[in-house]
Design a protein around this ligand. Structure first.
Ligand SMILES: Cc1ncc(COP(=O)(O)O)c(C=O)c1O
Length: 417
């Protein structure tokens, strides 16, 4: 009997998970399951994966003792796992490399992906450039507008970025577009899904490729401090950085785990993306059963977050299960708290955290004070915040930044006259 806290039982974590896909995708999902189950135990494949993580991605990423922040907050010791220092600036690259290598083993020559914040699209485009695969990324028009820098880099890597104009023109619509494309072109194409959700085997596969975060963290903490931390905190969009970070510790009952969701602007529907800390209800969407922000008819509700990577209406099935059994707790962090946490860690530690990761930092500030001195918290900094400068500068009302943008536009226009 499998321990479904750690891995699924044929795709199910209790009532969550499954493979509720369109009939047309069944053969390709079965093919993927077979390849994943084979190669995840294959020594040569794992050597190639680990080699690429070391030499191309830049692993291991550091575990930093945030001593200034610890002193200023006057509570628990705070450690930061710096995934933002990985190539392309976020944890997404771990999964992108894993799946791209697997796709090659399966004889696929083309990769498609969805992206919200652009970090997963960027990581996928990067992996494809490195491994010589054709790449097409589906991205909502709204996300393209607010994450232009990542679109620029994706195209530089040779990827085709296809705007999605249906629905709310954000991540959920990009997932639908990618699934549609996959069902129309399966032979040469692998759909490289970016979070620990979707139909089986994606939730297990993405967790396995991201579990390097937790393994490294455990080893580094044991080396630096000895033993186990008391608390782990990660932000939760679909759930890939958090489950990759938590998975190594799930059997350690003394380790408390906290997932920080997007509290957005307020508690009303459409103002946030808190599914577990908020009113998520059971549903089947995009091939898996989990908790979703949805109306009475099962239509996904609009969401909001200051961070483009946390505004998804669903959550990975393993996390939904871990919440149900009380193994992982969830908090909801407001946009305004997130900006304050972002500024505090920039000032005290010289870290530019992604706005997504700053949700975990916001939760950390509250918990460090509560649990007190002598205890240890590790926060996963899932990405770096350079990509967010347009949003962050606007939230901080930095008028000098706006003047700079205006001057840049003028310079560009004059040059092209
Ligand atoms: C930096 C960063 N962190 C976190 C997330 C959320 O995704 P997940 O919950 O799958 O880690 C994203 C999504 O784009 C991201 O870019």
């Amino acid at each position: 009997m499998k321990d479904i806290r750690i891995e699924s039982d044929k795709g199910f974590f209790g009532q969550f998970g499954g493979r509720y896909s369109a009939e047309i995708l069944r053969p390709v999902l079965l093919e993927l399951e077979e390849a994943f189950c084979k190669y995840i135990k294959d020594k040569n494949f794992l050597n190639e994966f680990n080699d690429t993580l070391k030499n191309f991605v830049g692993r291991p990423t550091p575990l930093l003792f945030a001593e200034n922040a610890t002193r200023e907050l006057g509570g628990a010791n705070i450690y930061l796992k710096l995934e933002g220092l990985a190539n392309t600036g976020a944890h997404k690259i771990n999964n992108a490399i894993g799946q791209a290598l697997l796709a090659k083993k399966m004889g696929k020559t083309r990769i498609i992906a969805e992206t919200g914040a652009g970090q997963h699209g960027l990581a996928t485009a990067c992996a494809c450039a490195r491994l010589g695969l054709e790449c097409e990324v589906f991205m909502g028009e709204v996300d393209i507008a607010r994450q232009r820098p990542n679109v620029f880099w994706m195209e530089l890597f040779g990827a085709k970025v296809t705007p999605v104009t249906s629905g709310t023109k954000t991540l959920k619509d990009a997932v639908n577009a990618a699934l549609r494309e996959w069902s129309e072109r399966k032979m040469d194409t692998h759909y490289l899904l970016g979070s620990a959700l979707g139909p089986y085997p994606f939730p297990d596969m993405v967790r396995e490729f991201q579990s390097v975060i937790g393994r490294e963290t455990r080893e580094q903490f044991n080396e630096q401090k000895g033993g186990l931390p008391e608390v782990l905190i990660a932000c939760v969009g679909g759930g890939s950085n958090s489950i990759g970070f938590f998975s190594e510790f799930l059997n350690e009952n003394s380790v408390r785990m906290i997932g920080a969701e997007a509290g957005g602007k307020g508690d009303k529907p459409g103002e946030n993306a808190s599914r577990i800390a908020g009113p998520g209800t059971l549903g089947i969407v995009q091939g898996y059963k989990s908790l979703f922000l949805q109306d009475d008819e099962g239509q996904l509700l609009p969401t909001h977050s200051i961070s483009a990577g946390l505004d998804y209406a669903g959550i990975g099935p393993q996390l939904a299960y871990l919440a149900q059994i009380g193994r992982v707790e969830f908090t909801s962090e407001k946009d305004s708290e997130v900006i304050e946490a972002f500024k505090f860690f920039a000032k005290t530690e010289g870290i530019i955290a992604a706005l997504e990761s700053s949700h975990a930092l916001s939760s950390c500030i509250k918990i460090a004070k509560k649990i007190g001195k002598g205890k240890n918290i590790i926060v996963n900094i899932s990405g770096r915040g350079d990509k967010d400068i347009f949003i962050t500068a606007s939230a901080m009302n930095d008028n000098k930044w706006f003047q700079f943008l205006k001057d840049e536009v003028k310079r560009h226009e004059q040059k092209n006259k």
